[in-house]
Design a protein around this ligand. Structure first.
Ligand code: GNR
Ligand code: NI
Length: 192
């Protein structure tokens, strides 16, 4: 297993559409395992392959909550096959949009069809945080970030701040200062 670097916006690779995998082979399983390790390390509750620069339709999730204990979920070629008319609003965050949070409205319940880590076709009915997260991750496969669901005014403000933070980090690095970038705590990433 290996830790991979998570790309942050604005990065052109986060805006591209990812390609379906032909099959869940050893290479895809390796990618899934690296993604899970990278997600736990971040820490986050979901990760999509484009976030580590792999333009493949692969996502991993683990929403650890007392009420819903799904354990790690590995999905290749995930597709929403059913969505509720009812919407739900969650305050979302993203490892590729660090330290910014916004309310996003999405269908409250979705059914997702995917290939699991063994290459078997599965369907999973999702609600609550899992429904939000699975839609957030599938969006990444289509080059969509949660900030694309909010007003352009707010989106552009966040993107400007991210660019500024990146420039400051690059400057600190050049001057040999340690990085001051905060990480989302495990609790925060599950609660937002
Ligand atoms: O860790 C994460 N938390 C989160 C909280 C609310 C809605 C979506 C998410 S996903 C995010 C990790 C991430 O960026 N996945 O792409
Ligand atoms: Ni994300």
């Amino acid at each position: 297993m290996a830790l991979r670097t998570i790309l942050t916006a604005p990065d052109p690779r986060l805006k591209k559409k990812a390609a379906a995998v032909a099959a869940v082979d050893a290479e895809v399983r390796q990618l899934m395992d690296d993604m899970l390790e990278t997600m736990y390390d971040a820490p986050g509750i979901g990760l999509a392959a484009p976030q580590i620069g792999e333009l493949k339709r692969v996502i991993v999730l683990d929403i650890e909550r007392e009420d819903v204990k799904t354990g790690p979920l590995f999905m290749a070629n995930p597709e929403i096959v059913e969505a509720s008319d009812e919407d739900a609003t969650y305050e979302e965050g993203c490892l590729s949009v660090p330290e910014h949070y916004s309310d996003v409205v999405r269908p409250a319940r979705v059914t997702v069809r995917y290939l699991d880590r063994d290459g078997e076709t599965k369907e999973l009915a999702c609600e609550g945080l899992l429904a939000t997260c699975v839609q957030h991750e599938i969006d990444h496969l289509d080059g969509i970030l949660f900030i694309d669901h909010i007003s352009s005014l707010k989106r552009n403000m966040i993107l400007r701040k991210l660019l500024k933070a990146r420039k400051e980090a690059a400057r600190d690095e050049a001057e040999g200062k340690p990085s001051t970038r905060l990480k989302m705590s495990a609790k925060e990433s599950a609660d937002v």
